[in-house]
Design a protein around this ligand. Structure first.
Ligand code: ZN
Ligand code: ZN
Length: 585
């Protein structure tokens, strides 16, 4: 099913928020507003474009061309355009939460008011405004057949009517600001999505720059907990199906909650249930207190260790860690025994550690696949028959080869160049630095290189490298075309065997290549266990999560000086709500 959230390529004015029956110049007006809200064009440039378009005969430009007293009061243009963009926005108003943050100027921790969007209210808005029908969004059977069984089980267990219960997913991540006053920081975004289709729109819950998280020694826990408290309160409301009569923490409504107060105690027309959480390993460490990748026991599904008998790199069907799987509740109990408070999300009766998913983007594309590609390309520099007497020269020849491969195969996501440093950073094992989807499109290219090297050298090592690339390539084609958990499980096991054999050889020889990585274990968990419970990991489409976070980073750019936190955060939320209202984010 095509994405609802993106414009088809070609004509940037044709988006889902803008019907083709709307005149072209009105579409231009909406397009210009979108550029402003995403911080792509400054307000005065938009006023100038609108004025020129109007002078050229466009009819629907009055609203934009007269901004800031027809452009004469430059300082007011931005304010006027923001007002014009918020006109008729029906997306629910944000819910204000008191959270501790580190003030950017003084670095002092203080309590501030911060806006979030409640999923229950946005869901009600979507249904009321005909974005979707309830019948449509409760049905995840086609999009996620395996997770659908899980959904049915949860509905049964918690007495939720399947025809009125909306399955949703949660995503958290941070991306660096491209340009801003806090250039070193990332913006941390919590978002959710409907699971009835695999490419559904991501919706904002909260966003906050990482450098504003509490720094009292809690590693940001206090800030995150204050936000999660509200999310859990709202998700509990969605389970119960009745609108709360008081604010979270049981406090009385604030003046800003006037509309909420009117609906307090009334039944919602629907329920919603959190089925899955997605993110990368550092985020799981941050939000769920899961072990870090370099911990002695790094897994939250089994007791695999970084060395010893139960080491994760003991591969094969009889590996000891396979006998050491955590029982229900055992992992969280172990955390509590270590004095760690489990994440508030686990206080939801329906949400467990097993609902935290591993996905293809983080585990494979940016993990296992990046390591495999780095190693193969690194070896190809010396052993694939490239004819030049320096390694730099051979890297240029390899890049020429890759450009031809890109051209012939019409690859959509391409590297923009290739240097030795991108294949192997100094003093680190090889790992290809390709972002997003770039790495997965290099798997077939690396398989061809592995064949070239095997044909030239025909030894045990080249045979093993070929085994690695063959299994990796098979995994991607199974995920893309013919999903079969048994086959995916088998290929991931064979891949692990070959990777471990290569690592042993490398260690014996004192090489810097093919070292084992904890992410290899997540790959085994993902294909050999999780896939049977949650289906094809490629269908989670974490790329859309990443794209969304990137867009929020653009919306959240801070222009001008430092006002209060509340004013800035509300401004960001207004921009986002205007975009959501247009169905343009
Ligand atoms: Zn703190
Ligand atoms: Zn494990």
């Amino acid at each position: 099913m095509p994405s609802r959230s993106r414009s088809p390529r070609g004509n940037p004015l044709v988006g889902h928020g803008v019907g083709n029956d709307i005149p072209m110049d009105a579409q231009l007006g909406q397009f210009l507003k979108k550029q402003f809200l995403l911080n792509k064009l400054p307000a005065n440039t938009i006023q100038e474009i609108a004025l020129l378009a109007q002078q050229g005969g466009a009819h629907h430009m009055r609203g934009l061309s007269k901004l800031g007293n027809n452009g004469n009061a430059c300082k007011n243009i931005s304010r006027d355009l923001m007002r014009a963009s918020m006109h008729n926005v029906s997306v629910p108003k944000p819910y204000m939460v008191t959270i501790p943050i580190t003030l950017p100027k003084t670095k002092v921790v203080a309590l501030v008011e911060h806006p979030v969007l409640l999923p229950s209210e946005v869901l009600a808005w979507m249904l009321l405004n005909g974005k979707f029908s309830l019948k449509e969004i409760v049905n995840m059977q086609e999009a996620q057949p395996v997770m659908y069984t899980r959904f049915q089980d949860k509905c049964n267990k918690f007495h939720l009517p399947e025809t009125k219960t909306i399955p949703i997913g949660l995503h958290g991540d941070g991306v660096p600001f491209q340009k801003s006053t806090h250039k070193q920081s990332t913006i941390e975004v919590l978002s959710w999505n409907l699971l009835f289709e695999t490419k559904s729109k991501r919706v904002l819950f909260s966003c906050l720059p990482k450098d504003m998280y509490c720094k009292c020694g809690c590693s940001g826990r206090h800030t995150l907990d204050a936000l999660l408290e509200v999310l859990v309160w709202d998700l509990n409301m969605l389970l119960g199906g009745i609108i709360a009569t008081v604010r979270h923490y049981g406090h009385a409504w604030l003046p800003t909650d006037a509309e909420r107060q009117q609906h307090a105690g009334k039944p919602l027309e629907f329920h919603a249930i959190l089925m899955v959480a997605r993110g990368d390993w550092p985020w799981y460490w941050q939000i769920f207190n899961f072990p870090a990748h370099n911990a002695q026991m790094m897994c939250w599904r089994c007791k695999a260790t970084s060395n010893g008998d139960c080491a994760y790199f003991n591969s094969g069907e009889n590996a000891p860690w396979r006998e050491q799987r955590y029982k229900v509740g055992e992992f969280l109990n172990d955390l509590i025994k270590q004095g760690v408070q489990p994440c508030k999300l686990f206080s939801l009766p329906t949400f467990t550690v097993d609902d935290v998913a591993m996905g293809t983007l983080h585990v494979m594309d940016l993990g296992v696949t990046a390591y495999c590609l780095g190693n193969v390309l690194y070896e190809a520099l010396d052993y694939s028959g490239l004819m030049h007497n320096t390694r730099e020269g051979r890297c240029c020849l390899l890049w020429d080869k890759l450009r031809i491969y890109y051209h012939v195969n019409k690859i959509p996501n391409q590297l923009q160049g290739l240097t030795i440093n991108m294949i192997k950073a100094k003093n680190k094992p090889p790992k290809l630095r390709g972002k997003g989807k770039i790495n997965r499109y290099l798997v077939r290219f690396a398989l061809e290189l592995a064949w070239d090297m095997h044909n030239l050298h025909n030894c045990w090592h080249t045979q093993m490298v070929l085994k690695v690339m063959n299994n990796l390539s098979q995994l991607y084609s199974i995920m893309r075309m013919n999903w079969c958990p048994d086959l995916a499980s088998k290929h991931s096991m064979d891949l692990m065997d070959a990777l471990v054999d290569l690592a042993k050889e490398s260690e014996q020889m004192g090489w810097c290549t093919w070292s084992v990585k904890p992410k290899y274990h997540l790959m085994e968990e993902m294909y050999q266990y999780q896939s049977y419970e949650m289906g094809n990991p490629d269908t989670y489409n974490e790329y859309l999560d990443e794209d969304f976070v990137g867009q929020v980073a653009k919306v959240a750019l801070r222009r001008g000086g430092w006002g209060t936190h509340k004013a800035h955060a509300l401004g960001v939320m207004s921009r986002y709500r205007a975009l959501l209202n247009m169905w343009e984010i």
